[in-house]
Design a protein around this ligand. Structure first.
Ligand SMILES: CC(C)(COP(=O)(O)OP(=O)(O)OC[C@H]1O[C@@H](n2cnc3c(N)ncnc32)[C@H](O)[C@@H]1OP(=O)(O)O)[C@@H](O)C(=O)NCCC(=O)NCCS
Ligand SMILES: CC(=O)OP(=O)(O)O
Length: 696
């Protein structure tokens, strides 16, 4: 079952609240623990609560703290976007949403109100957020004011735009003329054939009509009388400039009388009409021009048996009429009638059985890089591990260390000279509390002799003598790897300054492989724009044979599973199926057969070309029967030439974050970095290493 659902609109005033209120009632009918979240709310004045949140939380009596129900105000988001920090926005939204997801059975997420002038930015933000939360979407669009064909064009465009990136459960077109409902539904069914549910909701006049309270807010009015009836609904309004005898005939049900404050005749006449069985009931009276009736008139009104709200405003009659005409009605917490009408409208027009069922059976394939990184951080936080960073004086390492300590996600030891490290930290102007980090210099370490002797004992059969062992332990890679071997740290990350061979040789020599593993290999977690792919082996084995390639595939599939990615393995080659010939193709074919024999349930395809592996259209045309083609999540390269350069090409050309190389098959976690790595790469690789260490 989906852990949440995202309600997005594509334009202002689509009536998204009707859907949110109806949906909340539907969800509460299925489970008691329903959360509510808005990633971005409008700015409010004087500490006012967001109206949507206040309405939903108070009407449904949700047990949820206001501050937990949203991530940002609109101006906070714009500020961060202007500073180029859009990634931070998504990370924070994920964090806040996940807080609720952990505490509720399902979370209803209401997207932005679409009040910003840049509508394509607004659309993008909603798609980006829903995608990063991994939620199915209900799109709400508006169906009034334009021709049916134009409505259908808009709906189709919105559907196709969202559908490219996220799962769309339903598209609901609201405020459609009642007589057009079935025709629009038929048109939309011919346009949208993806199986997305199509709902058309008619315009409900009472939901579009503002209340007296909304009018007071808009006009900055002052309530003279009738303050207990401010939720009266205003279906139309009437300016009274003529004589009472002419005006009375113009009164309609639930109309608002607008007149100058000195027209006692109109005021009294309208109030009398309201209680007379021969005239319609009015909803209120607005007195314009800042004029208030004399005390004697007010006294007379107060004595009447039934008084509607009487409001006075400073503006003149025509300005008032003009502004009232522009009011877009909203639903407020106190307006129980409107809330209940919204819910009953939803229940009448939406196929709630289908929607509930779609939510129960929903399973998302989307795992965005930001979601992936959030999940990694949470996993690492659950069981804090101690990681050693041998290149302690490197600027990128120190920046990563600062973030890691700040997030309290790992304990750290930096190898290096304490004075140099302190100077670097000052120069870089970063905050890294050295009281929270150990710094070890190998030659002055009290463990140096013990480490040297241990290394000597472990490697003397390889003609290592004590002097050689001493020299080896003076090297930061050997020293840090020995810390792992001895259990003085849980994992190591290095390679920002040293080559892969230099970094990994100590681990290969004495950390050694896990039982049943023949070769150590590596993967990169490639954080592409919209997904995380696993690339292996891009770092260690220069020219694996078929057996080794099969082992790399199986280890990489396991790594994928361990990190929450469903493995669909593509064994890459310059051939898809039998399209190309040669020894290298034969090797990949053989490796695929070996891997299949070892793990018959593994989804694996090979040989296959990169384009057929990741592009659905090309995959279908080149290998139509494959369950991997077009959707591969694990990409296994035939040799290191291809693997290393492809990962670097993708990283450099797309800006993808490349986490790793993470080694698979070692007894304890030791991971490499590229010398071209960034502080972000190091940060993520340390977190991955900490997670690997948890499983030991
Ligand atoms: C990984 C690598 C460094 C090992 O090189 P090496 O140390 O010269 O290899 P050796 O053959 O001398 O082996 C050293 C030890 O590691 C072990 N070893 C080497 N490769 C291994 C592997 N893939 N899996 C498990 N053990 C391995 C050997 O069995 C040997 O153990 P032993 O000394 O106890 O007998 C080497 O394969 C290499 O340079 N690969 C390419 C790295 C690279 O440049 N990548 C591109 C940038 S990321
Ligand atoms: C992993 C890798 O390619 O490392 P480097 O760039 O340091 O050679």
């Amino acid at each position: 079952m989906s852990k949440g659902i995202y309600v997005a609109t594509i334009e202002p005033n689509s009536g998204k609240s009707v859907v949110v209120l109806g949906l909340m009632r539907m969800l509460l009918g299925k489970t008691a623990k329903v959360g509510y979240f808005r990633p971005i709310i409008e700015d409010t004045k004087n500490g006012e609560l967001d109206n949507h949140i206040n309405t939903v939380v108070s009407y449904f009596e949700l047990d949820i703290n206001y501050k937990k129900t949203f991530a940002y105000t609109r101006s906070e988001v714009l500020d961060l976007y202007n500073k180029g920090k859009s990634g931070d926005v998504i990370d924070h939204v994920i964090k806040k949403y996940k807080y609720l997801e952990e505490r509720f059975d399902i979370v209803l997420v209401e997207g932005t109100d679409f009040s910003h002038e840049n509508s394509s930015l607004e659309l993008d933000i909603n798609i980006l957020i829903s995608k990063n939360l991994g939620l199915p979407v209900i799109i709400v669009s508006k169906g009034d004011g334009i021709e049916l064909s134009e409505i259908a064009d808009n709906v189709q465009l919105a559907h196709d735009t969202f559908k490219e990136e996220v799962d769309v459960l339903s598209i609901m077109t609201n405020k459609v003329k009642i007589e057009d409902v079935s025709q629009l539904k038929s048109i939309l069914k011919t346009r949208i054939t993806s199986g997305t549910d199509i709902t058309v909701i008619p315009k409900i006049q009472s939901l579009s009509s503002p209340t007296i309270k909304e009018i007071i807010k808009k006009l900055d009015g002052n309530v003279l009388l009738g303050s207990d009836m401010l939720n009266n609904q205003v279906d139309n309004y009437n300016v009274a400039t003529m004589q009472l005898r002419n005006y009375l005939g113009r009164l309609k049900d639930d109309c608002l009388v607008i007149t100058a404050g000195d027209r006692a005749d109109i005021i009294l006449g309208a109030l009398q009409a309201h209680v007379s069985k021969n005239y319609p009931k009015i909803s209120g009276i607005i007195l314009t021009g800042g004029l208030i009736p004399e005390d004697t008139i007010l006294k007379l009104i107060e004595g009447l048996s039934s008084v509607v709200p009487i409001i006075n405003v400073k503006k003149g009659t025509f300005a008032v009429a003009n502004e009232i005409g522009k009011i877009k009605s909203k639903i407020y917490a106190e307006n129980i009638e409107k809330i209940e009408t919204s819910i009953s409208t939803f229940e009448k027009y939406v196929n709630t059985d289908k929607l509930s069922n779609d939510l129960i059976t929903f399973k998302s394939d989307i795992f965005t890089p930001r979601m992936f990184q959030y999940t990694l951080l949470q996993r690492a936080l659950k069981n804090k591990k101690h990681i050693v960073l041998p290149e302690g004086s490197d600027e990128r390492v120190l920046r990563a260390a600062s973030r890691l300590i700040d997030a309290q996600v790992v304990d750290l030891t930096l190898i290096g000279d304490e004075t140099i490290i302190k100077e670097k930290i000052e120069k870089l102007d970063i905050t890294l509390d050295l009281a929270k980090v150990s710094i070890i210099s190998p030659l002055t370490s009290p463990h140096f002799d013990d480490y040297t002797n241990t290394f000597y004992e472990l490697r003397k059969h390889k003609n290592i003598n004590l002097d050689m062992a001493k020299d080896a332990m003076a090297d930061v890679s050997y020293f840090a790897t020995m810390m792992i071997y001895k259990g003085h740290a849980d994992g190591m990350v290095s390679g920002a300054l040293h080559t892969t061979a230099h970094t990994l040789r100590p681990a290969l020599q004495f950390i050694k492989t896990k039982p049943g593993v023949n070769i150590v290999s590596s993967v990169f977690f490639m954080c592409l724009e919209d997904r995380v792919s696993i690339f292996g082996d891009c770092a260690i084995n220069p020219n694996p044979n078929a057996e080794q390639l099969a082992e790399i595939a199986i280890s990489s599939a396991k790594t994928a599973r361990d990190f929450g990615i469903e493995p669909k393995v593509a064994m890459l080659s310059y051939s898809s199926g039998a399209s190309g010939k040669g020894e290298d193709v034969d090797k990949v074919r053989k490796a695929t057969e070996i891997a299949k024999a070892q793990d018959p349930d593994l989804k694996i395809e090979g040989p296959i070309q990169y384009d057929a592996a990741v592009d659905m259209r090309i995959g279908k045309s080149k290998l139509p029967d494959s369950e991997v083609a077009g959707q591969a999540s694990v990409l296994i390269f035939p040799d290191l030439n291809t693997g290393n350069n492809t990962y670097k090409a993708v990283q450099r050309e797309t800006g993808a974050l490349a986490i790793g190389p993470m080694l698979q098959g070692l007894n304890k976690p030791v991971n490499d970095l590229s010398r071209g790595c960034t502080a972000d790469d190091i940060y993520s690789t340390v977190i991955i290493t900490a997670i690997q260490a948890q499983d030991l």
